[in-house]
Design a protein around this ligand. Structure first.
Ligand code: SAM
Length: 297
């Protein structure tokens, strides 16, 4: 059997009881470690907690070395651990499909994900639209397909969860060109960098999907002992020091309920000013009031 097991967001003990029982009986244990990190537990701590050796599975291994992960899992129990939930944000559907094609049984053990824990900033999950990913811009690659999605969400009043890029096991262009397997230190996008990139693209497009004054909430290290939230405008958050990773950002939609707002005010440096910014932003995309048809139309 192949087990995909969610680890939750932070501590080694965030794994579910059923997840832990399964890990303990598996003959091989892989940890997917290129889309997220467990903030309050190292590999060694996890190995001690499970009483098992862990193989760290990077992108290359998961995308091109699936066969090794699936090896013998029709006869043995193999665990593939995913930080958060196995289907939260990054869906490991390819692994499941490949296993099923090879008649390998698959079982999923779910856990908390950034996709639901984000609700602890006070915004209601029902009011979220499409989630987008912000990648690190380079000199000649500044992808902005997320912009239209934010625009669509904001048009119908919904909040947008922005997930921030992570780069682990990245090679410099020079090392890649020379075929040297030397990797750069891991990089995690900060809230400030994300907001700067948002502002740059809006400035270029001028379509007002949002403005520098649009309210947002920065969410750092969800589920970790140092979890923090900061409410502010995109412009203000472009100067915010969000500290250690991981981070996510939520851009507010027009449908911001008064209870949601009350919650967010706890995290604002100047709550009165934040409230004014929310009121101003809510005028964006506000539909015309509905009027019953008359005989003329
Ligand atoms: C590609 S998603 C993977 C999600 C994971 N499988 C899950 O279910 O939570 C990784 C991104 O989600 C966000 N994220 C994940 N965990 C987070 C946390 N604990 N606090 C804040 N943001 C987090 C970060 O933006 C990170 O780069």
């Amino acid at each position: 059997m192949l087990y995909l097991i969610g680890l939750g967001l932070s501590y080694s003990s965030d794994i579910t009881v059923r997840g832990l029982e399964i890990v303990k009986k598996c003959s091989r244990v892989y940890l997917e470690h290129y889309t997220s990190i467990l903030m309050a537990a190292s590999q060694t701590e996890l190995e001690e907690f499970y009483g098992k050796k862990i193989v760290m599975a990077d992108r290359e291994m998961v995308e091109t070395g699936l066969q090794e992960i699936l090896r013998d899992s029709d006869k043995e129990d193999v665990a593939f651990l995913v930080v958060g939930d196995p289907f939260g944000a990054t869906t490991h559907t390819d692994l499941v499909l490949r296993a099923r094609q090879q008649k390998i049984d698959v079982e999923i053990v779910h856990n908390a994900s950034v996709m639901n824990a984000v609700g602890s900033c006070g915004l209601q999950l029902y009011n979220f639209g499409q989630t987008v990913s912000m990648v690190f811009f380079t000199d000649n690659w500044r992808p902005d397909s997320w912009y239209d999605k934010i625009w669509e969400n904001r048009k119908i009043g919904l909040h947008t969860l922005v997930l921030l890029d992570i780069k682990v096991k990245e090679q410099s262009i020079e090392n890649m060109a020379r075929g040297r397997l030397i990797y750069e230190p891991p990089r995690y996008m900060s809230i400030a960098q994300c907001c700067e990139q948002l502002l740059e693209i809006e400035e270029g497009r001028q379509s007002s999907a949002y403005t520098p004054e649009t309210p947002a909430v920065a969410i750092s290290r969800l589920g970790a002992p140092t979890q923090t939230f900061k409410s502010g405008t995109i412009e203000e958050l472009a100067d915010y020091d969000s500290g250690e990773p991981l981070h996510s950002l939520v851009i507010l939609g027009r449908q911001c309920h008064e209870l949601e707002l009350e919650y967010l005010l706890q995290f604002a440096t100047d709550p009165q000013n934040f409230k004014l910014k929310v009121a101003k932003d809510q005028e964006y995309f506000k539909p015309e009031p509905w009027r019953p048809p008359t005989q003329d139309n």
